[in-house]
Design a binder for this molecule. Structure first.
Ligand SMILES: Nc1ncnc2c1ncn2[C@@H]1O[C@H](COP(=O)(O)OP(=O)(O)O)[C@@H](O)[C@H]1O
Ligand SMILES: [Mg+2]
Ligand SMILES: [Zn+2]
Length: 249
């Protein structure tokens, strides 16, 4: 439906002009057609920087595929509640858990639903931690543009920061990331983090989230977010493999 309505030529209400005539107390006035708003919303989704491979993600298609894993249903409930209550929520989310458990799926689904459904329109951004760190590092020549890179991420209403703690960072980059996280905290802006790191690594020698992002970022995180833990297994490895196996039979 969204598809048809965003196609200008197809809009039966306004003939593709984006405007409709309405009568108010006997006076004819021009008003924005709903298709124009739908187009603006789709544009805001496109501009959020969500990677193509996650564009399909919705909360409705998040499967509770493993009956032995209660964290699937619980995580979905908390994320759904966040979306339903938005903008009346005072904390963001941090989704923790091993690779492939659906953290990015849930984060992107929440962001897209908020961008599509909430009024007034919301400015949202998706940033992948590793790429962000690389981008910041490329500004190290002192051109001072690292703040420019961070500006849209600092200023947007909802930010998804994916894979917090991944890749290699330096103390200088950590300072800038702290600036990002802390400014959003101080200005009461909502952030959804995902991370593969936890506070209590299961294997000895494995780094904790604090090791990866420093104590001050980690403690800010707990102040500004509700924490969601996915403990289950890798959806890609198990569910998708099982499905392909089924197809081959
Ligand atoms: N419960 C689920 N229901 C439907 N798709 C899922 C589920 N969990 C993961 N996926 C899919 O599996 C892939 C890996 O999930 P992803 O969100 O990237 O995991 P993570 O970010 O935790 O590493 C994605 O394509 C995602 O859409
Ligand atoms: Mg991920
Ligand atoms: Zn229209």
């Amino acid at each position: 439906m969204t598809q048809a309505i965003t196609d200008e030529a197809a809009c039966p209400l306004c003939d593709g002009t984006g405007w409709i005539l309405v009568e108010e107390s006997g006076v004819e006035m021009a008003r924005r057609c709903e298709c124009a708003e739908a187009r603006l919303r789709e544009r805001s989704v496109t501009r959020a920087g969500i990677p193509d491979r996650y564009r399909h993600c919705t909360l409705d298609d998040f499967e509770l595929w493993n009956p032995e894993d209660p964290t699937l249903g619980k995580s979905l409930r908390v994320v759904q509640e966040f979306v339903d209550l938005y903008p009346n929520v005072d904390k963001g989310l941090v989704l923790m858990g091993p690779v492939g458990t659906g953290k990015t799926h849930l984060a992107v689904a929440a962001l897209q639903q908020i961008l599509r459904e909430k009024r007034p329109p919301v400015h949202g951004r998706f940033a992948d931690f590793t790429s962000l760190v690389l981008e910041i590092q490329m500004t190290f020549d002192g051109s001072g543009s690292s703040r420019e890179i961070l500006r849209p991420l600092v200023e947007c209403d909802v930010l998804v920061l994916d894979e917090l703690g991944a890749g290699k960072t330096t103390p200088w980059v950590m300072d800038l990331l702290y600036y990002l996280v802390n400014t959003r905290y101080l200005e009461n802006r909502l952030t959804i983090f995902t991370t593969n790191y936890s506070d209590f690594p299961k294997k000895t020698g494995e780094e904790s989230l604090t090791d990866r992002v420093s104590q001050r970022i980690r403690s800010r995180l707990w102040e500004m977010c509700r924490r969601i833990e996915l403990r289950g297994r890798d959806y890609r490895a198990e569910r998708l493999a099982a499905r392909e196996g089924g197809l081959n039979r």
